[in-house]
Ligand binder design. Structure first.
Ligand code: DLL
Length: 434
C-alpha cells in the first residue's frame, strides 16, 4: 500500500490547534447555536422552557448537559419543516430518511450549511489521502440519502475528478474504476464486497486495480473486514461516519496515517457520550451512546441529538480533535438473545476468521417454543467445496460464535450468492420474532 499521509501544511489550522483554542471556539459557537435554536424553533423553546433552562445559562461546555435531549421522534413529530430555524426561502437543499420504518425525517440546509458540509467533507477526503486531481469513484447512493451528494460536494470543491456513479450495476462499477483510473472509492463496506466479488467474477486481479483508498461508511464494519478488503485490493480502507440529522457523511473521519478511530470535526459538531439507560454523561474513554450538538448549522440546528450509536471518545492523535472509536453498533440493532447482547459486528468479526467462508452474512431471528433462535446465513468462499467441508466450515463459525460471543447460533453456509446483497446499507438483521 502506498503512503498517502497528507502534507501537514495542507490541513486546516483548527485540525492541529491546541485543545484550549478548540474549546474556546466551541463555547462561543455553542452559545450562539443554542440561542439560534431557542429563538427560531418552537420545539426547542418549549423543551428548554419546560426544563427551566435558557441559552444564557450556558457558561461552560459542561453546562450543555443541563439541556434537553433531542430524539428521532421529535423530528417525526415536527414533520416536515417544524425543526427548521430559517424561513423556507433560505433553505437551499433538503435531504430525508427513506421513511421505510415510519414517518421520514427531513433535514434542511442553507447555502452556508452546504458550504460547511463541503469543508468538513474536504477535510475528510484529505484525511483519506485524496488530493486535487485524483479520481474519486463515488458509489454512495445519490438522492435523498446524504451519502452521494454529501461526498460529491466536498470532492468537487477540492478539485477531485468525481465519478457520480451511485450504487448498482456492479459490472459497470468495475469497468469504470478500471477505465477512469479511480484512486479512491467511496462506498458502503458491504457494497465494496460485492464489487470485489465482481472483480473476481470478471477475472480481473483486484490487487492490480488503480484503487489506493476505500472510504467506507454509512454502516458498521469491523477491523477484521478492513484487513480483508485492504489485502484483497491492496488499498487502504478508512472509516467515515455521519448521519443526516447532524449533516450527513463527514461528521468524523479516520486518518489514513493512523487508522485508529475517527477524528470528530469538533469545531462544528460537539460530541458527548451518555449512558443510554440513564441519560447521564459518561467520561471520555467509556462506552456509551453518542450525542451530538451542532455548533454552526443554520437551517437545522440540532441540540443533544441521541444518535443511538455506541462508541467511546478518545483523545486526538493525528489531529487535535477527539476521536470516536469505530462504532460497535446501534442500540436499535443490538440483539438480545436469551439475555446476551449481540451486535452484528461481533458476528462479522468471527466470520472474517473462517477462511472457507465468504464475508457476506445476514442474521435471522425466530421464536420457537417461546425461545429466541438466531440463524446466521453465510456463503462458502469457493464453489468447489464438498458438502462435508461446507458443513465443517459452518460448524467452525458456530463454535467461534459460541466461544467468543457466548450465544448459540445455527450457521447455514449456502452457495455463493445465497445471502442477499445490498447496493447501499446492508440489512444485517431480519427479525421474524414478532
Ligand atoms: O449514513 C451518512 C453517511 C453516508 C455516512 C456515507 C458515511 C458515509 P444516515 O442514513 O442518516 O446517514 O444514517 C446514519 O448510519 O447513525 C450510524 O448508525 C450509521 N453509520 C454511518 N456511518 C457509519 C460508520 C449516513 N462509519 C447512521 N460506522 C448512523 C458505523 C455508521 N455506522
Amino acid at each position: 500500500m502506498k503512503d498517502l499521509t497528507p502534507d501537514k501544511a495542507s490541513l486546516d489550522a483548527i485540525e492541529v490547534a491546541s485543545r484550549d483554542e478548540i474549546e474556546a471556539l466551541q463555547l462561543s459557537r455553542m452559545q450562539h447555536s443554542l440561542s439560534h435554536a431557542y429563538n427560531n424553533v418552537p420545539h426547542y423553546k418549549a423543551q428548554f422552557d419546560t426544563q427551566g433552562i435558557h441559552p444564557d445559562d450556558l457558561n461552560s461546555l459542561a453546562d450543555l448537559s443541563r439541556f434537553p435531549f433531542t430524539v428521532k421522534q421529535d423530528l417525526r413529530d415536527n414533520y416536515p419543516f417544524g425543526m427548521f430555524a430559517v424561513p423556507k426561502s433560505q433553505v437551499n437543499r433538503i435531504h430525508a430518511s427513506s421513511g421505510t420504518t415510519g414517518q421520514p425525517t427531513v433535514i434542511g440546509y442553507t447555502a452556508n450549511d452546504l458550504k460547511m458540509w463541503s469543508e468538513v467533507m474536504q477535510r475528510s477526503l484529505r484525511a483519506a489521502g485524496m488530493q486535487r486531481g485524483d479520481v474519486l469513484h463515488n458509489a454512495y447512493g445519490y438522492g435523498l440519502f446524504t451519502g452521494g451528494l454529501g461526498v460529491h460536494g466536498g470532492a468537487e470543491e477540492m478539485g477531485l475528478t468525481v465519478v457520480p456513479v451511485s450504487g448498482g450495476m456492479t459490472q459497470r462499477q468495475v469497468r469504470l474504476i478500471e477505465d477512469f483510473g479511480a484512486k479512491g472509492i467511496s462506498v458502503t463496506p458491504s457494497y465494496a464486497l460485492s464489487i470485489l466479488d465482481e472483480y473476481r467474477e470478471q477475472g480481473i486481479d483486484p490487487k492490480k486495480s488503480p484503487l489506493q483508498v476505500g472510504i467506507f461508511g454509512a454502516e458498521p464494519w469491523t477491523n477484521a473486514m478492513r484487513d480483508e478488503v485492504e489485502e484483497a485490493f491492496d488499498m487502504h480502507a478508512i472509516d467515515i461516519y455521519g448521519l443526516s440529522e447532524v449533516i450527513g457523511p463527514g461528521v468524523s473521519m479516520e486518518c489514513v496515517e493512523s487508522k485508529d478511530g475517527l477524528h470528530i470535526w469538533e469545531d462544528h459538531f460537539y460530541p458527548e457520550i451518555i449512558n443510554p439507560e440513564t441519560g447521564e454523561l459518561v467520561p471520555d474513554g467509556e462506552l456509551g451512546e453518542l450525542v451530538f450538538t451542532s455548533l454552526t448549522k443554520e437551517a437545522f440546528p440540532i441540540v443533544r441529538y441521541r444518535t443511538r450509536d455506541l462508541t467511546r471518545l478518545l483523545p486526538g492523535t493525528a489531529r487535535s480533535m477527539r476521536r470516536m472509536e469505530k462504532i460497535t453498533g446501534r442500540s436499535d440493532d443490538m440483539i438480545i438473545l436469551r439475555g446476551v447482547n449481540v451486535f452484528p459486528t461481533q458476528i462479522e468479526e468471527q466470520l472474517m476468521s473462517v477462511e472457507q467462508l465468504a464475508p457476506h452474512f445476514q442474521i435471522e431471528l425466530q421464536r420457537a417454543n417461546r425461545l429466541d433462535k438466531m440463524t446466521v446465513k453465510v456463503e462458502v468462499a469457493s464453489s468447489d467445496m464438498s458438502e462435508s467441508d461446507q458443513k465443517a466450515a459452518a460448524e467452525m463459525l458456530a463454535s467461534k460464535i459460541k466461544s467468543s460471543v457466548g450465544v448459540t447460533a445455527e450457521v447455514i453456509a449456502g452457495e455463493i450468492g445465497s445471502v442477499p446483497r445490498s447496493q447501499g446499507k446492508a440489512v444485517r438483521v431480519v427479525d421474524n420474532r414478532a
